[in-house]
Design a binder for this molecule. Structure first.
Ligand SMILES: NC(=O)c1ccc[n+]([C@@H]2O[C@H](COP(=O)([O-])OP(=O)(O)OC[C@H]3O[C@@H](n4cnc5c(N)ncnc54)[C@H](O)[C@@H]3O)[C@@H](O)[C@H]2O)c1
Length: 260
């Protein structure tokens, strides 16, 4: 018996990295999973991986920045898989550059995907969950939800991830009485394609970057990047009844980075 037998989950950003690992891990625990991603071919590949190992998964093109896409993804999940009981909001993006060089368009894009996208997904899921006995929302924040660090990605990323933690806490407090729990997993550096995918999108960036990003000394007591599955294991725990007294938590999965 898996920990999530009979449950249905939506995972945004499920085509790659942390999102894909979450899809595979939740399916391994018995959940039926809808894989939502802007990169449809990667979402399809993830769903196929689940089916190849005997699980149940479907996929959908979904830009979490689009209200219509998010509503359509949630409706499809309800119709095809009978859920969602669980939402893992992992879709995310980033830009680079100091605040003085950052264009308004680039700022708004990152905040729209990383923060507004999580609001849209949570809102759509909550509307189903509160009428179906509750649910479980896991947002993917970052160490940037709680600390700034030295250099690295743009302030839009850090501000959006700070917002993700507060959004998660608001959900936890507002909906505990409806049987909904919400927790924010805050990873440190994870070996994924986030940098590659963000660079692919950089053709659309309008910021003119002249100053080099400040050197980034990334001291981590566990001196390596995480494998995405190490984050997915935390998500699977939070999605299950094993974490039944946890809500509104910032769960650091950062190799000790924020302990320094
Ligand atoms: N990799 C890290 O070091 C790290 C650290 C902390 C937090 N995170 C967070 O983890 C989450 C997953 O990132 P990852 O590292 O796995 O990167 P990734 O690029 O491997 O995966 C992100 C996925 O999100 C999808 N995506 C991007 N924009 C989208 C949109 N508008 N709508 C739907 N899907 C979209 C991408 O297509 C991709 O499949 C992000 O929220 C990221 O901020 C990553």
């Amino acid at each position: 018996m898996g920990k999530l037998n009979g449950k249905c989950a939506i995972v945004t950003g499920g085509g790659s990295g942390i999102g894909r690992a979450c899809v595979l891990r939740l399916a391994q625990e018995g959940a039926r999973v809808m894989v939502g991603d802007i990169r449809t071919e990667l979402a399809e590949e993830t769903a196929k991986m689940v089916r190849a190992s005997g699980g149940v998964a479907s996929f959908v093109h979904c830009d979490v920045a689009s209200e219509a896409d998010v509503e359509a993804m949630t409706d499809k999940t309800i119709k095809e898989l009978g859920g969602p009981d669980i939402l893992v909001a992992a879709a995310g993006t980033s830009t680079r550059g100091g605040i003085h060089e950052l264009s308004l368009a680039d700022w708004e894009h990152v905040v729209r995907v990383n923060l507004t996208g999580q609001f849209l997904c949570a809102r759509a899921a909550l509307r189903h969950m509160i009428n179906h006995g509750g649910g479980n929302i896991i947002t993917i924040g970052s160490i940037s939800s709680v600390v700034i660090g030295a250099g690295g990605s743009a302030a839009s990323y850090k501000a959006s991830k700070g917002g993700v933690l507060q959004l998660t806490r608001a959900i936890a407090v507002e909906y505990a009485h409806k049987g909904v729990r919400a927790n924010c997993v805050c990873p440190g550096a994870v070996a994924t394609n986030l940098g590659k995918h963000s660079r692919e999108e950089s053709v659309k960036w309008t910021s003119v970057l002249k100053d080099d990003a400040r050197a980034y000394k990334f001291d981590v007591p566990i001196a390596r990047r995480a494998d995405p599955m190490e984050i997915a294991n935390v998500v699977a725990f939070l999605a299950s009844d094993e974490s039944s007294f946890m809500t509104g938590s910032a769960v650091m999965a950062d190799g000790g980075y924020t302990a320094i």
